[in-house]
Design a protein around this ligand. Structure first.
Ligand code: GLN
Length: 471
């Protein structure tokens, strides 16, 4: 049996039926890492010994009839999530030897749910980037074509999952870092509503934009994962006290009567969008219609200001968050920051400084409110929206590394959700010249249940997730 290729849903069934053990499953992920990760570079740290030990304990629990949501399931964690006694680097030399004394809330929840942590995943340092190339531990490669980027910043999270090195993985999304790599690697990625999942214990990038999410092979798997991580955390004041539903409950309800909006600003050639991507996007709309959804054109008029607005607010918050890495209490000195972090610290310090604050930061905050309002107005007319994830296909390693502006433009369709705080789900939607392409489903605050329902109907019809890269 190809254990590495199994979905989380299939793994849970197989473990309970004792078709295979957690030890067999974990070993098979570890051997996949051993065989292929020297080429993909998706892991910074592999937890070989502790993972096997944890899997043995899980098998005991299963034998005793215990059932936990992720019991015995191999999960990999972006190296931005603090893990007690396991090095957490944020993919930066500043933290290259840092060993946390506590777990992030999400990591704690995963462990409580019985998950086996197989390792810590590569990413752009501090989550700055769209390609995975800003890592001080070397770039991650796209498993579909190793000369190309897998998307970032959660590069390792998407690449490891697509390569069968884990059954699901965690990520963070401040401007697209989950949705973009999910789209480039043919996996499902959720950026939840701001505050839906606790940020406690996760290295902060831009605190008002950071959303904590995850990657899975299918939409149903994704819902199962969110069941575990979502909810109020007294250690993160931005997590509201709203009951967490069972996200899988209504997933099979179909699309009849659902109104799906297509923002006209997201589907024109004006934004430099690749014609092939527009074609795949058009095909997906036909699918949604044939599934019973009603497609309605809508407008998000302030979209053209989104990148400018994001790239003022985000570096401002980065400059503040990275001030704590002074090399005194933990970590190495500030000389160890890479080029991109320095660029953002400089930009953010500039836009926050007196004399410039009103012209840049304050104005960007006003534009942010307008972007949020665009979504509120649109969601009075439709239940959800569908958009492309990225205007281009994955690019060649090195192609945009010296042109940060070009790199920033790849976030055009994703940053708006972070500015507005709404959820976004990236789902596989086809292939162009052998490269995966995803679509993005956006919804109102806390509408994850509906996003899963829409994503599930589409996925079951198209089954693009069944295709795997040839490593
Ligand atoms: N690519 C965006 C940036 O560089 C988003 C990164 C993220 O979501 N962490 O800021």
């Amino acid at each position: 049996m190809d254990l590495n290729g199994l979905t989380l849903t299939a793994v849970k069934k197989g473990l309970l039926k004792k078709d295979f053990s957690s030890v067999e499953l974990v070993k098979s992920c570890l051997s996949q890492i051993d065989k292929f990760d020297s080429q993909i570079n998706s892991f910074i740290t592999v937890c070989q010994e502790t993972a096997i030990k944890q899997a043995e304990l899980s098998d005991e629990e299963i034998k005793n009839g215990n059932d936990l949501p992720l019991l015995g399931v191999p999960i990999a964690v972006k190296d931005l999530f603090l893990t007690k006694d396991v090095r957490t680097t944020a993919a930066s030399n500043v933290l290259k030897d840092y060993i946390p004394q506590y777990d992030a809330t999400v990591v704690e929840k995963l462990k409580d749910a019985g998950a086996v942590i197989v390792g810590k995943l590569n990413c752009d340092a501090w989550a700055h980037g769209s390609s995975g190339e800003n890592s001080d531990f070397g770039p991650t490669k796209n498993p579909w074509n190793k000369e190309y980027i897998p998307g970032g910043s959660s590069s390792g999270s998407a690449a490891a999952l697509a390569s069968g090195m884990c059954i699901a993985s965690t990520g963070t999304d401040t401007g697209g870092s989950i949705r973009l790599p999910a789209s480039f690697c043919n996996v499902v990625g959720l950026k939840p509503t701001y505050g839906k999942v606790s940020r406690y214990g996760i290295v902060a990038m831009a605190s008002s934009l950071d959303s904590i999410g995850h990657f899975t092979k299918t939409v149903e798997d994704n819902a199962l994962f969110l069941n575990v991580t979502a909810g109020k955390d007294i250690l993160d004041a931005t997590t509201p006290d709203i009951k967490v539903p069972d996200y899988t409950k209504n997933i099979k309800n179909g699309l009849r009567g659902i109104k799906i909006g297509i923002p006209k600003e997201y589907a024109t050639k004006k934004e430099g969008i690749d014609e092939n991507i527009l074609r795949v996007f058009g095909d997906s709309l036909k699918q949604f219609e044939s599934l019973g959804a009603k497609i309605i054109e809508i407008s998000l008029p302030h979209t053209e200001y989104a990148i400018a607005c994001y790239y003022i607010i985000q570096p401002a918050e980065v400059s503040s968050n990275l001030a704590r890495y002074d090399g005194i209490r933990y970590g190495n000195t500030r000389q160890n920051f890479g080029k991109e972090a320095k660029r953002r610290i400089m930009l953010g310090t500039y836009t926050l400084s007196s004399g410039y604050y009103d012209a840049y930061y304050k104005k960007a905050m006003k534009v942010r409110t307008l972007i949020k309002k665009d979504f509120e107005d649109a969601f009075n007319k439709v239940d959800a929206m569908i958009t492309p994830v990225s205007p281009t296909l994955p690019w060649k390693l090195g192609e945009k590394i010296n042109d940060p502006l070009k790199m920033y433009l790849s976030d055009i369709f994703t940053v708006t959700a972070n500015l507005a705080g709404i959820p976004g789900l990236s789902v596989p939607a086809g292939f162009i010249n052998g490269f995966p392409v995803g679509i993005q489903i956006l919804g109102k605050h806390f509408s994850e249940e509906l996003l899963y329902r829409i994503g599930y109907a589409y996925e079951q019809e198209t089954k693009f997730y069944e295709q795997k890269p040839n490593l």
